[in-house]
Design a protein around this ligand. Structure first.
Ligand code: ADP
Ligand code: ZN
Length: 429
């Protein structure tokens, strides 16, 4: 049931002791990196994990400024791999790994996969990007280590993707949620029933981008499978940071590898127990590039209650988005996930949408492009007009402004190769 029983079920007091030891080691190691050397890290005295608050933060900008080698804390000959973030929010940042780092990352991924029942007899199709992006190789190493037949299809090439799933009888897929919805659209347009085509398919691992509970359910219902949320970021290895257990109620974050804080993004002070805030992570077992108090910008909260699965590592709730995903329109703060949640709850709405922001005169203008599903004829103008008006009303109730809603046919919105581009901000500054 557990990949590493002792580590995964370690009593909290022992886990905290281990965190303290590893935190001290991490500070020691980090102080060798040019970036932290400047911060004079050696002077910090740490007598408990809560002393973490004495340490400085590290931001994405710091990592960019330290490009290319400013964050390295071991001699270059000990570094065996370099990865990079997807660059969703600007210039990408790079992360280096020693051989030991890759091994430890792989073990964390194994914990996640084993937790949801993946075993060596499984056929694992990895539909997430390989290369600099961490999603592909991260899960790949874990699945191979478990002994799965691992198929590195990567993203895109939907027809071949579906053919491989069928021919090799994939049992588990790793997929970006927006791409899973695109697969569903494609299958539907081909008149293929997933349960007939892929009778062995059991689970999907959904990662790399925010998605709502309803999106998960859509994917589960369409394919007739279980879907599990997987969270990670390249600065913290990539996938394998936090992952849902079969309880599907929050993601266990591996606290022997990551020290977690939830802070108010404005004051940078800890939020109250269970409250929402920015996830700040310190690596506890990385050699080549330890990172202290990394401001992920991801918004979540910690579930303190013990999990019935027996793992002692706490869970974080589904990430609702990054603080910098927030759009400010006419003084109102809006997150793309609020829009997704509204659209998901509506009949005749298809599987893809996009938000476009424009300047009209001195005002901001929001256009929400929404695909309709195949149950509605694109010639049925009356029905379309009533759907459009309904969407505007429902969105206004949620986000307090009335966007312009444009309906399009299924497949009318381009699907990205990697993470979905939910917001196009064309506003002049
Ligand atoms: P970039 O920051 O350039 O997108 P990464 O590829 O490292 O680079 O992406 C990590 C980010 O992706 C996370 O910080 C988070 O915002 C998002 N992310 C990853 N997995 C999930 C998930 N399961 N739910 C929500 N957001 C996620
Ligand atoms: Zn659990």
């Amino acid at each position: 049931m557990y990949w590493e029983r002792d580590s995964e079920t370690m009593p909290r007091d022992r886990l905290e002791e281990l965190q303290l030891t590893r935190l001290r080691e991490t500070i020691e190691r980090a102080s060798k990196a040019p970036f932290y050397e400047k911060a004079g890290l050696r002077d910090y005295s740490i007598s408990s994990v809560s002393d973490i608050t004495k340490l400085p933060f590290t931001t994405k900008q710091d990592l960019r400024d330290a490009y290319p080698y400013g964050m390295i804390s071991v001699p270059l000959e000990e570094v065996v791999r370099l990865h990079s973030s997807s660059g969703t929010t600007g210039i990408p940042t790079v992360v280096y790994h020693s051989r030991g780092d890759i091994q430890r990352w792989t073990e964390l991924v194994c914990r996640c996969l084993f937790m949801i029942g993946v075993r060596k007899h499984d056929v694992f199709q990895n539909m997430i990007g390989y290369g600099l992006f961490t999603g592909g190789l991260g899960l790949h190493y874990g699945a191979e280590r478990l002994g799965c037949l691992t198929i590195p299809t990567g993203p895109g090439n939907t027809k071949r993707q579906l053919k491989f799933m069928k021919d090799f009888k994939a049992t588990v897929i790793h997929v970006i949620p927006s791409y899973a919805l695109h697969l569903a659209d494609t299958l539907e347009s081909m008149g293929i029933v997933p349960k007939d085509e892929f009778p062995n398919l059991r689970s999907a691992i959904l990662g790399a981008e925010p998605h709502t509970e309803e999106t998960r359910e859509k994917i589960e219902n369409f394919f007739g499978i279980q879907a599990f949320n997987s969270y990670g970021l390249s600065e913290m290895n990539g996938p394998g940071v936090a992952f849902e257990c079969p309880e599907k109620n929050g993601m266990h974050i591996w606290e022997d590898a990551f020290l977690v804080e939830i802070l108010d993004p404005d004051t940078l002070k800890p939020v109250g127990t269970g409250e929402h805030g920015e996830l700040v992570i310190t690596t506890l077992s990385r050699e080549a590039m330890p990172i202290l108090r990394y401001r992920t910008k991801d918004l979540t909260s910690i579930i303190e209650d013990p999990c019935p699965c027996g793992r002692s590592h706490r869970k974080i709730v589904r990430i609702t988005g990054r603080s910098d995903d927030m759009m400010i329109l006419k003084g109102v703060n809006i997150f793309p996930m609020q829009i997704e949640a509204v659209l998901n709850g509506m009949k005749h709405v298809g599987r893809n949408y996009q938000i476009i922001l424009e300047s009209r005169g001195h005002n901001d203008h929001m256009i929400v492009k929404v695909e309709v599903d195949s149950s509605l004829s694109i010639e049925d103008y009356k029905a379309l007009e009533s759907l459009r008006a309904n969407i505007v009303r429902e969105l206004r109730d949620e986000i307090l402004i009335s966007p312009e809603v444009v309906l399009c046919e299924p497949g009318g919105i381009p699907v990205a190769q990697g993470k979905a581009v939910r917001v196009l901000d064309n506003r002049s500054i």
